[in-house]
Ligand binder design. Sequence first.
Ligand SMILES: *Cc1c(COP(=O)(O)O)cnc(C)c1O
Length: 377
Amino acid sequence: MKIDTRLVQVGVGWDEKTGAISMPIYQSATFRHPALGQSTGFDYSRTGNPTRQVLEDSMAELDGGSRGFAFASGMAAITAILMLFSPGDHLVVSDDLYGGTYRVLEQVFRRFGLKASYVDTSDLKKVEEAIEEKTKALFIETPTNPLLKITDISRGASLAQRYNLLTIVDNTFMTPYLQKPLELGADIVVYSATKYLGGHNDLVGGIVVVKNEELAEKMFFIQNSCGMILGPQDCWLLLRGLKTLGVRMDRHQQNALEIARWLKEHPLVEKVYYPGLPEHPGYELCLRQAAGWGGMLSFTVKDAGRVEKILSRLKIISFAESLGGVESLITYPVTQTHADIPEEMRLRAGVTDKLLRLSVGLEAADDLIEDLSQAME
Ligand SMILES: *Cc1c(COP(=O)(O)O)cnc(C)c1O
């Protein structure tokens, strides 16, 4: 079955009793036991909830993993993954990284003795050089945020395997519709479901999918013990979002490509970062390991002094954090998503005060181009 069909059909047929097409929201904290020593399969909603279960099963199936887990946010999902490790363990992590992942590693988990090195994972030589005796995992974001650098997932995972490391991929920008890290050799895939999976800028959530039963047991233990679960209402919203993921991603991508081509020709624009442009260094690799390039692009303007004017003049595109929703959003990574990353590391990665990041929405591409055009006049 094609992924388009699977997406649309999530949750259908689960509720046999009523035949509900839309998976019901089981807003119940606890479940009655039929008799002593018996269970309906649900006892208490931190441990398991029917609406969450359908979402988790659907995500496991979409990503080709053994089990899925829904969390209260993308950061809760990443936190749960980091709890797999112990004091003294070390991780090799992509340097051009979501700021919140850097923050939780450096300001929370470092206090508990977990260490990380940040390298350009699109260069696997650098990854190998960063591996230490206590390294336990390779954490990849691809494409990276905000510079859309592409890491070879299958070569990265093979390298990790050689050193007995887990490979973890933050697949938020691509979604299983465009890229399936577990099939490329990764062990764990993580999403901020707040972004494309939900897709409507109306919920905060996170998803983890693991490849094998052993990891599934460990993740379930952490999810149930620490309790950072996604509530049934938000699970339902996410199930609804998933149904249109395919059509949304197609349109996000089509719009992004059009805008990237237009920006490239604009006299005020210095550089466009979009993996769907043939001159992008990750273009070929992206074609090989993914079914597309997604809807995120970044660009630099020649003069940083222009940024404020552009942001204030935009009418359709909102100046707001986040990404992956139907509405187009623009961010200024230096003061927003990447504010917690030290300047020296930011600049090394190329996140300068001239850089803007665009989450291309589902509006008509012509209108978005018109909006950018008047803002950049
Ligand atoms: C937003 C985001 C996160 C964090 O997710 P939240 O849902 O905001 O907690 C993690 N990784 C990436 C790539 C993101 O874009």
